[in-house]
Write a protein of this length. Sequence first.
Length: 118
Amino acid sequence: MSGGLLARLWRPQRTATHPVTEQEQDDRTVTVADVPLRQYARLRGHLMAVGEQASDSSRWLEAVLYDGTGEMGLVWMGRRSITGLETGHEVAVEGFVTLFGGRPAIYNPKYRIIPGRV
């Protein structure tokens, strides 16, 4: 897993009087193909690859999310692993889309593992 597994979410504000339901969260999910850089967004898909990376000065966990329209890199700085994040699992993620190694990625995304969707 060298050189980056990576390849591309929108989040409306919640209000105290109207918490966001799981169905509304799914309705607000966009596809990788529609995600612009430098925007906060939400995606849902399967993890194609998960692995630890390291440089001389730091470590991070990389994953590639695939939603049927494209791939989005996910990067958790300072992490070696996250329980439950495994290749093949379905997840919902959200965060600010930027570049990592020249490819679209989300650093330290919020995530939710979708139960029973392996």
